[in-house]
Design a protein around this ligand. Structure first.
Ligand code: UD1
Ligand code: UDP
Length: 374
């Protein structure tokens, strides 16, 4: 039996864990793998956390550390203290972390110091902007990891450039890492849950909003929201382009910052609270196109064959730009408006994120490497 301690804490990690945590408890794996699920509590509002567990049938976390919000140091420090305690108690064979949040960093660091092999799902991604908290978190997580599951070929190349070869030693360690091209668990999630969603009734708010053509916006990344100029520029550009209505499920971080700055959206922009994953799938399916600074939403636009305008200066998902699905506009009014006015542009039909079975590949590979008798 392989014992995995998984650390999650923020919204995109619930979507990723939904794939693997469900799989581990399926009849194929429940006798081979045991998972102890730790929620750091980084995200805690019902619509930022619990809704995902309910809808996506993610197992209840074994423990919620209830760390909550704070500065990077306060949050990550508190997580580190608590995660170390839980890992010492649980003695897992491996620790699994996803993506690039502060929960990822704390999970990888706590495990590494205890000499527990770290598994990083969504390894190798780079924006080449070290000022981003996510870039710092993912680089450190990759350096500390023993097994790195890369979603894309670009991620494999990024690791090679940093001296981490695309190799699969039989007994990997943090010094001799195993690197795999796994595909992206977010594609698995999108394919699986869109079938589940079809059986669900639409919420009344959403049903009336999606009657007419609209485009979907999300906005929350620190590089935009923590920079008053950037956030004001983005709001102004979105307000100016009123050719079709917008639906904007607003992250609580952005809501607070807009209120502090006294920024308001024009009438054609329908601001709603963050939505659950099923409603998000409906919005992505029914929209004309997507405008976002989210990492995950850039890819989900492509999963639904929707063009995307990305409110960032660079992206980790560079293949979407290369194949014509994504336009990077930063927080530049002219570029945003030009992209909006010339929309939609569709890219090439290519398979960029695997075959929708990244989860199975990851779990089976971990068993092949680490499984013990008994
Ligand atoms: C975090 C991740 C980011 C990811 C995002 C997903 C880090 C450094 N950043 O950013 O990479 O894209 O999650 O959504 O880990 N808040 C609430 N309720 C909640 C959660 C947050 O009100 O349930 C508010 C608080 O004011 C908090 C702020 O949002 O201070 C920011 O939350 P935080 O978890 O620090 O960062 P995110 O912006 O969510
Ligand atoms: N998401 C959601 N409801 C929302 C906004 C996003 O369910 O109101 C989902 C989205 O579909 C994707 C994930 O949350 O699966 C992405 O998380 P987010 O944009 O918060 O973080 P990022 O990917 O930028 O780290």
């Amino acid at each position: 039996m392989l014992s995995i301690l998984t650390v999650i804490g923020a919204r995109p990690q619930f979507v990723k864990a939904a794939v693997i945590s469900r799989l581990i408890r399926s009849s194929s794996y429940q006798w081979k793998v045991h998972e102890y699920l730790v929620h750091t509590g980084q995200h805690y509002d019902d619509n930022m956390s619990a809704v995902f567990f309910r809808e996506m049938e993610i197992p209840e976390p074994d423990i919620n550390l209830q760390i909550g919000s704070g500065t990077h140091g306060v949050m990550t420090g508190a997580m580190l203290t608590e995660l170390e305690r839980v890992m010492i108690e649980q003695k897992p064979d491996v620790v699994l972390v996803y993506g690039d949040t502060n929960s990822t960093l704390a999970g990888a660091l706590a495990a590494s110091k205890l000499h527990i092999p770290v598994i990083h799902v969504e390894a190798g991604l780079r924006s080449f902007m070290m000022a981003m908290p996510e870039e710092q978190n993912r680089i450190i997580a990759d350096r500390l990891s023993t097994v790195l599951f890369c979603p894309t070929v670009a991620a494999i190349r990024n690791l090679e450039h940093e001296g981490i070869p695309n190799a699969q030693p039989t007994s990997p360690s943090a010094d001799q890492k195993a690197v795999f091209l796994s595909g992206d668990v977010m594609l698995d999630a999108s394919l699986y849950y869109r079938q589940q969603q079809k059986a669900m009734p639409l919420s009344a708010t959403l049903a009336s909003l999606i009657e007419r053509p609209f485009y979907l916006v999300t906005l929350h990344r620190a590089e935009n929201t923590d920079d008053p100029m950037r956030v004001a520029t983005i709001v102004k550009a979105l307000n100016e382009f009123d050719a079709i209505p917008v639906i904007l499920p607003l992250h609580p971080r952005t809501r607070k910052i807009l209120a502090q700055q006294g920024l308001e959206f024009a009438a054609h922009i329908h601001v709603i609270d963050p939505v659950g994953y099923f409603d998000m799938l409906v919005l992505e399916d029914r929209c004309q196109f997507v405008v976002t600074d989210s990492g995950g939403v850039q890819k989900e636009a492509y999963f639904f064959d929707k063009p995307c305008i990305t409110l960032r200066d660079s992206t980790e998902w560079i293949e979407l730009v290369q194949h014509g699905w994504n336009t990077l506009v930063g927080a530049n009014t002219e570029k945003i408006l030009a992209a909006l006015q010339s929309m939609p542009r569709y890219g090439e039909s290519v398979q960029l994120y695997g075959d929708g079975h990244a989860g199975e590949f990851i779990v089976q590979t971990l068993l092949d490497i680490f499984a013990k008798e008994g």
